[in-house]
Ligand binder design. Sequence first.
Ligand SMILES: Cc1cc2nc3c(=O)[nH]c(=O)nc-3n(C[C@H](O)[C@H](O)[C@H](O)COP(=O)(O)OP(=O)(O)OC[C@H]3O[C@@H](n4cnc5c(N)ncnc54)[C@H](O)[C@@H]3O)c2cc1C
Length: 404
Amino acid sequence: MKQSHYDVSVVGAGPAGLIAAEKIASEGNSVVVFEEHQRIGEPDHCAGLLSTSGLQALELSPPKGMIQNHVLGARLFSPSGDHITIERGKREALVIHRPRFDSWLGELAKGAGATIETSVKVVDVGKDESGNRMLSLRRATESTRISSSIIVNAEGHRGILSTKLGIPTVPRKSKFPAYQFEVEDADVEDDFVEMYFGRQVAPGFFAWLIPLGNGKARIGLAAKDQPRKRLEGIMRFHKGLKDKLQNATISRGFGGVVLLGMPVSPTYAERALAVGDAAGIVKPTTGGGVIFGGVASRVAGRIVNEALKKNDYSTEMLQKYDSGWRSLLINDLRSMNFTHRILSSLADKGLNSLFRDIRDLDLISTIRKEGNMDMQGRVIGRLLTQPIALLAGLKAIRYFCSIP
Ligand SMILES: Cc1cc2nc3c(=O)[nH]c(=O)nc-3n(C[C@H](O)[C@H](O)[C@H](O)COP(=O)(O)OP(=O)(O)OC[C@H]3O[C@@H](n4cnc5c(N)ncnc54)[C@H](O)[C@@H]3O)c2cc1C
């Protein structure tokens, strides 16, 4: 017979929910994860780029079967086609198969003792008379209710349950629709990710080309609107991309929503926490959320374990989650958000000027020396203290436009 009470219910079997579940179950607490889809990790919506340092910070070493490529760094293309290359002579990032990665995280959570129930949608949340959180569940053949002492909301960007729990949600203006194709027989370099900037390419964001090895690649784009149409357009007409893709065939296409901007505040409410995309914990420069979301989920796991041990479910206790992840990430998040806002408000002429100056004034050596794919606050801080970088910034800012 299925249990009707768990110490913790986790909504959503994405990386954020599964990392929190593993941490909570590993201390012997009863945890159930509900996932509305039949299989963990599906449908896929991710480019799969994860920094090796970020994975180390999460103490995760993905098995070979889910690693599609290792990349040395990134080439960033200006609207005029100039490029700068960021690399440090070591493998900076893995390209992973996200559905396999997520289902592996599911195995780790199960191995620690968590129960995972798929094809179960959490349709409502409330409270019972003793203060426990109640969850209304919809399965294929029945609707049921269970209770738990705490809910960890890892529902992703939609924010439906956050609203019911009284946790703020990511604002609509921070959500960028994205579209991605997987292609074969592309003429791509296996060692470098490519990023394409410009208002004609992807207003407010950028397009990416991620090599998977043997001529396979993921090409995608997020923008304020029409991502698929824009992506098809650059694949046919962009002067840097069309040659690389002239013999390529599309094997599949899929969409999603990339988040930008700062996380919500606060990320907790009565007997409830929000983690991952549900809390908007992503890198504001790229929308990548697996590593930062994972870092915050580990903090969530630690605080939930403390609450269960002390039998203390007060908001003062759960507030420690909010302050805990902020102390680790907020400075970097603020710097990245500032940088993203400046970049996305430059007209193409401003971006071209900035790219030229980064190369000609050798600012790239600071980026190479101080840069970190995830914790970008340090390199941004260093650049902002270099007069020459400020000059380049001021030159570019002459071409300020409204944010798209
Ligand atoms: C096109 C694209 C490319 C990206 N590329 C990268 C990248 O290269 N690197 C990177 O780090 N990040 C990338 N991201 C972002 C990354 O995918 C997210 O940040 C990450 O998936 C967030 O994890 P999560 O666990 O918070 O949410 P999700 O992965 O979205 O998981 C949420 C889960 O909750 C389930 N769920 C929702 N509501 C309910 C409910 N009521 N009941 C039961 N289950 C429910 C959903 O089915 C889903 O499985 C990309 C995003 C997009 C759209």
